[in-house]
Design a protein around this ligand. Structure first.
Ligand code: PMT
Length: 223
């Protein structure tokens, strides 16, 4: 049996984009490849954790010996995470969940006719917010993909969603964010401490995130 430093820890990770239908042939999504979340799942497994991964539609290899659950839409992901969170000690949300979905999904392919087409979007449920409200002594880690005012935006998400820490990435930087094998992140703890990390592979970023998450988990259990 693998007994790394996470041998007694159950972890739930979200990864990838969500896909929101417009009609049977079209959808709204984003550039998430799943690499960041999959790296966390893989590294946590290597360190001995019991890992569940809720993944949006991606085209990368599944990590070995991890329980994988597929979700297409934000609603699917919301439902899956809400089914699984209770048995997790640490929850890490690296998925890029679509904030909006179409208010109406056409049953048939929308035909090209007028020069303008208006889609009405409605808000999706916020998975992190829903878990933040009922996390108990679980450690909740979020991500923030930002293009400006990185720290202010990330800190506001951290507190609104009752997270223990948030991993902020400036997705406009070369080598950071969507689809790269590397990332450039700052880890912001709920104490206000900010740890700025240099460019590193997503697996190394995963290790750093897990170091802080495990420390917080141990602190919560011993207090
Ligand atoms: O998948 P890769 O190609 O490797 O790219 C990695 C990444 C850029 C997707 C990843 O590092 C990242 O930043 N993921 C979060 C992207 C995001 O959608 O951030 P956000 O600022 O919109 O959301 C903040 C947090 O709330 C996130 O933890 C997100 O998972 C969560 N959220 C957001 C909206 C929603 N409806 N439900 C959520 O749970």
């Amino acid at each position: 049996i693998n007994k790394g430093d996470m041998g007694n820890i159950k972890i739930l990770v979200t990864a990838g984009p969500t896909r929101e239908a417009i009609d049977p042939v079209r959808y709204i999504t984003n550039h998430s490849s799943g690499k960041m979340g999959y790296a966390i799942a893989k590294v946590a497994k290597k360190r001995g954790a019991c890992v569940s991964l809720v993944t949006g539609p991606v085209n990368i290899e599944r990590p070995e010996n991890v329980n994988v659950f597929e979700a297409t839409t934000a609603d699917d992901m919301f439902q899956k995470v809400n089914e699984l969170y209770e048995s997790a000690d640490i929850i890490i949300m690296a998925a890029a969940v679509a904030d909006y979905k179409c208010s109406f999904v056409s049953n048939s392919k929308i035909k090209k006719s007028s020069n303008e087409l208006t889609l009405t979007l409605v808000k999706n449920p916020d998975i992190a917010y829903s878990i933040g409200g009922k996390k108990g002594d679980r450690v909740l880690v979020g991500f923030a993909a930002e293009t400006n005012d990185i720290y202010d935006n990330a800190k506001s998400k951290l507190s609104k969603k009752n997270m223990d820490m948030i991993v902020a990435n400036d997705v406009t930087m070369e080598g950071a964010g969507f689809n790269h094998d590397t990332n450039i992140v700052s880890i912001i703890l709920n104490s206000g401490e900010i740890i700025k990390l240099p460019i590193m592979t997503k697996e190394k970023v995963a290790n750093e995130i897990l170091n802080y998450a495990v420390r917080m988990y141990n602190d919560k259990r011993s207090s």
